[in-house]
Design a protein around this ligand. Sequence first.
Ligand SMILES: *Cc1c(COP(=O)(O)O)cnc(C)c1O
Length: 427
Amino acid sequence: MQKTSTDLFAQAQQFIPGGVNSPVRAFRSVGLDPRYIDRARGSRLLDVDGREYIDFVCSWGALIAGHAHPQVVEAIKAAAERGTSFGACCELEVRMAEMLAGMVPGIEKVRMVSSGTEATMSAVRLARAYTSREKIIKFSGCYHGHADGFLSKAGSGAMTYGIPGTPGVTRAAAADTLVAAYNNPDDVRRLVSDNLDQVAAVIVEPVAGNMGVVLPAEDFLQGLRSLCDRHGIVLIFDEIITGFRLGPGGAQKRFGIMPDLTTLGKIIGGGLPAAAFGGKSDIMDMLAPVGPVYQAGTLSGNPLALSAGLATLELVREPGFYQRLDARADIFFKELLNIGKETGISAVLNSMASMGCLFFAPGPVCDYGTAVLADTARYAVYFKAMLDRGIYLAPSQFEAMFVSAVHSDEDLSKTLEAHREALRGLS
Ligand SMILES: *Cc1c(COP(=O)(O)O)cnc(C)c1O
């Protein structure tokens, strides 16, 4: 007998803290238990209870070409046949590095790692070494993985569960992290002048995707660029979501603003564990073995992960890929908002390209402070109504919704219909 989601979750809780290997997978904030996924293909998830869902989590944005894309699966199979890990150099690493440097304007040299957390952690270490300074500035509601220094006012699961800082982080690590409000250049300027010649890096999600979706205000990113230039601060764009979501060169190409360092993840692994950090050669060449900054990984540049990533990047490089995806996503997001207006529910929709978020918020959402005004109890009811209608959204108000290239017109219209019914149920 196949175990049900209920059976599996009960068993999981005995052996795994909270039953989950990442808090964002728990359905606690929406008052439910998680569904256990058996298989996934294209735009669909199938759970062990035999239910099918149209998936808008897409492995938290990683699967821009959908689940189990035939070309990606083929690439992984072919790579597996040749050995799953060499612990030595291989050609795929060279191809990936060349591809990333060719597509992302701010990357001259790049190093592969296995998770986004490793990428941001390593980028900050490098920035500290490069500047011989210790402090960093991050923004409340931005998420940069779970390394100690990033867990002040972090987005994603930390925001969902109202964890502003976390035990286990030393006072020193917390003190070295200065937190500014997103879209607030004055806040950043104040922190920089209060900590003159002490700030190594400013790290930012150029479009925030971990407090729901929050767009950068006009001139916000350019302002950061100028401020960092003036004070010799390393500007890090965390493009782990936006990297190949907002176009082939990420937010930096879209907005024409060059960071000093860039972190990538999610899409570049094509659903396998791969991430990267890269930037200007003079900074990157401080890494061992050429420079003194140590950074390493047993599975970094793993051939399975790289083959999945490269196959995915080949797909997004096809002419018209982003034009088609973004145009369809745009219409879809507009419709979501229109239906909201028709039903008289007060909601705000923030979106760019194929990432978006519907906030049950009273007014515009432009930072952490305005995002947390959203009605999370209402989101929980909405989430359940959507789930019951076969639509799988993130189990939190403060996460993005991702449209992939394989969401069909039928998938999108079915989702809009479910959305209409779910909203009616709220009013
Ligand atoms: C997902 C994410 C990370 C962390 O990546 P992991 O692979 O989960 O460690 C870091 N930054 C941003 C912007 C992300 O969305």
